[in-house]
Design a protein around this ligand. Sequence first.
Ligand code: FAD
Ligand code: DLZ
Length: 512
Amino acid sequence: MTTLRLILGDQLSHSVATLRDLDPERDTVLLAEVAAEASYVPHHQQKLTLCFSAMRHFAAELRARGLRVRYTRLDDPDNAGSLIAETARAIAELRPDRLVVTEPGEWRLALEMEGWSERLALPVERREDDRFLCSRDTFERWAKGRKELRMEFFYRLMRRQTGWLMEGDDPEGGQFNFDAENRKALPRALALPCRTRFAPDAVTLEVIDLVRSRFPANMGDARDFDWPVTRAEALQALDHFIADCLPRFGDYQDAMRTGEAWLHHSLLSTSLNLGLLLPREVCEAALAAYAAGSIPLAATEGFIRQILGWREFVRGVYWLEGPDYDRSNALSANRPLPALYWTGETDMRCMADAIATTKRHAYAHHIQRLMVTGNFALLAGLQPAEVEQWYLAVYADAYEWVELPNVHGMVLFADGGRMTSKPYAASGAYIDRMSDSCKGCRYKVAAKSGPDACPLGPLYWHFLMRNRERLSGNPRLGMPYATLAKMTEERRAELRADGDAFLTKLDRGERV
Ligand code: FAD
Ligand code: DLZ
C-alpha cells in the first residue's frame, strides 16, 4: 500500500500523527503553499513569512531524514491554489492507495475534509491531533453538563492529571493559582532582558521577497521578520526564555511599557502553534528549572497555567462549541471595526502603542490584546465578526482554534458568558495602573469629562449603561453597577453624552 501524507502549515512536528507508520520506500509526504490558506484573512506579512519559511525548513528536514517529499511553492506555475486541489494534483501523479492527514486546527477545513474521500475518490484517514495535553474527548467529558465553562476548574483537572506542581492531591504551595501575584506594575527602573531573535537565513529571505511581491498591501513589513522558523531555533528560544525571562514572568505578566513589545513573555506561541515545539516539552522545561531551584513557584505556576490551563482550555471550548460558535452576539455589538485598528492612527497612546507593536512584529503580548485593543473593542461595541477577522489576520500565532475563543468569548463576551464569568471591561484607570502610556497621552486619564478626558472613562460607563439589561444581574458587576446607581442623573447623562460623542466621531472616521 502506498500512502500520501498531507502535512498542513501548522503541523510541522516530526512526531505528528500523519508521519507515524510511514514507509519511506513507498510513501510521499505532501506540503503545499496555497493561495486559499494564504488569503482566507489578510494575514500579516510576517505571519505568511513564518508559515511558508517554517514549511520549507520542515520539508528540508524530512528530506534529510530520507523521506520522499512533494512540496508546492506558492509561486509554482502549476499551483492549483487550495489544499484539496493540490492534493488532487499529487494523487493524479503519484496514484497512492490512500491519503493520511491529521485533523486540521479549524472547523472551516475540518468540515471541508469530511467530503474529501468522495471528492478525491480515495480513502482518507484523518488522525487525531494528539500534540495537545488534553484530547477533545477528555475536554468534552469534563464539560458535559456544565452550563458555564471555567478555566480554573479545568486547570485543576489538568494539574491532577499531569501531576505537575502537585504534592499528592494537593497543589504545591497550597494553592492552584498564584494569579494574585502576577499583577505587579513594571518598576520604571527595571531593565528588561535582551531577547534572542533570529536573523532570516537564505530560505527565509527568499520567502520575504515572495510575500512582499504577492501580498504588498497586507499589514506589516516582511523585512522586519525575526521569528524562529525551525525546531532548533524554537528550542533556542525556549532555553533563552527559561533562563532569562521566566524568573520574572509571574510578577510582570500583566504589565505594559510603551515601546517595549516583549517584556518577560515567552514569545513561544508562534513555535507552539506551528508545532515546532510541543506544549509538554515547554512545560517540562519550566518544571525542570523550577526543580533545579532557579525559578520561583509563582512564576512557574503562572507560566504552566498559560499552557496547561488557558491554551488547552480555549482549544477545548473551540471544538466543543462547534462551527457556529462565532454566530452569537450576546451584547448586540454592531459597530464596524474602525480603520485605526489597521493604521494605528489614534491619539490614544495605549492603542497606538499596541497597534504599532502589532504592525512591527505581528505580535502583542496578552495584556495588550486583552486589555487594550480588546477592551476598546468591547467598550465601543465593535462587531464580533470584524474584530475576530482582525485578530486572526494580524498575529503571527493566530489560528482560529485559539484566536476565536479568546476574542469571541474572553474579550467580547459575545457568547454571553459561556467561558468567562464577566466581561473584562476596564476604564483608563486600569491602563494607568499597569502601564506608563497615560503619562504621555494627549488624553487625561484623571479628567472626568470634556474633550481632553480619556475616552475609556465615558466609554466604560456607556458600555455598562447600554448593556444594563444584559449585565446588571451579574454578581461580579455588582460594584460598578452600584457606583453607577449612586451617580446623579446629570452625571450619568454627561457620561452618556461624552460616550455618544466619541462613538459618533469614531463612526465618522474622524481621528480619536
Ligand atoms: P506568554 O505570555 O509567554 O504565555 C505563554 C504561552 O501560554 C503562550 O505562548 C501561549 O501558548 C499560552 N497562552 C497564554 N495565554 C493564552 C490564551 N489566553 N489562550 C491560549 N494560549 C495562551 N494566542 C495564540 O496563540 N494565538 C492567538 O491567535 C491568540 N489570540 C488572542 C486574542 C486575544 C484577544 C487574546 C486576549 C489572547 C489571544 N491569545 C492568542 C493568547 C495570548 O495572548 C498569546 O498566546 C500570547 O500573547 C502569545 O505570546 P507569548 O508566547 O509571549 O505568551
Ligand atoms: C496559515 C497558513 C498559511 C498562511 N498558509 C498555508 C499554506 O499555504 N498551506 C498550508 O498547508 N497551511 C497554511 N497555513 C496554515 C493553515 O491555514 C492551517 O493549517 C489551518 O488554518 C488549520 O489550522
